[in-house]
Design a protein around this ligand. Structure first.
Ligand code: GRF
Length: 216
């Protein structure tokens, strides 16, 4: 059954970003919001790592931040339940995983079904999991890229929202390829959040239909 992700365009969306590292995707999304391209605000930047540079950037930008230490919780479920509670408290509409290096539990997926996005630095379903760019390079593909998808219970298996391609060059290293992919990540992740905020994403089975895409 088709599932529409409509919200009133009049209401500004409430987005939470979860990250574990440098946070360049978070910055790109935030900047698109500040530029008025996305009808939503970041209401929380969360990290499992106290020292994540992205968390520091969020503080400098005056955004609310939160760190919870996974080691202080008895189970992964208890940790995710605490995160879900924090997100619900802030009436979050959309959760953006942006370099969040933890696999979220089914409990988390269910609490925000079709409201969690992730960015992956490969053209899924190729090269899921860690070190996707190195996997692509080692395999010898001629085209690499990135994928924004909704998160389901699997690892990088949820419905695909947007993808972008980049060429793999003869003398590419993991670093040079990752850099070229990252530029595209920033473009498509911001675009996907905008489409969500505009209520233009419809999930049909495993497909995501983008409303109005065929219009000139
Ligand atoms: C990106 O390459 C993203 O695709 C992957 O983790 C990296 C995060 O980078 N999931 P940043 O923290 O957003 O700069």
């Amino acid at each position: 059954m088709a599932q529409e992700l409509f919200r009133s365009p009049k209401k500004r969306g409430r987005v939470a970003v979860l990250l574990s590292g440098r946070g360049s995707n978070f910055r790109a999304i935030h900047e698109a919001m500040l530029a008025g391209k996305i009808n939503a605000d970041i209401v929380l930047v969360f990290s499992n790592k106290a020292e994540a540079p992205g968390l520091q950037t969020a503080r400098e930008r005056g955004l609310e931040t939160l760190h919870l230490d996974p080691k202080s919780f008895p189970t992964k479920e208890a940790y995710d339940a605490a995160i879900v509670e924090e997100l619900k408290k802030r009436q979050v509409d959309l959760v953006c995983l942006a370099g969040y290096m933890k696999i979220i539990t089914p409990l988390f997926c269910q609490a925000f079904r079709n409201r969690i996005m992730n960015i992956h630095p490969a053209l899924l379903p190729a090269f899921p999991g860690v070190e996707a760019q190195a996997q692509a390079l080692a395999y010898g593909v001629k085209v690499a890229g990135c994928t924004v998808h909704f998160v389901d219970e699997g690892v990088d298996t949820g419905p695909i929202i947007l993808q972008a391609c980049v060429p793999v060059l003869e003398n590419d290293t993991v670093e040079s390829l990752s850099e070229r992919i990252l530029e595209q990540e920033h473009v498509i992740y911001s675009r996907a959040v905008r489409l969500f905020a505009e209520g233009r994403l419809v999930i049909e089975g495993h497909r995501v239909r983008i409303l109005g895409q065929d219009l000139p």
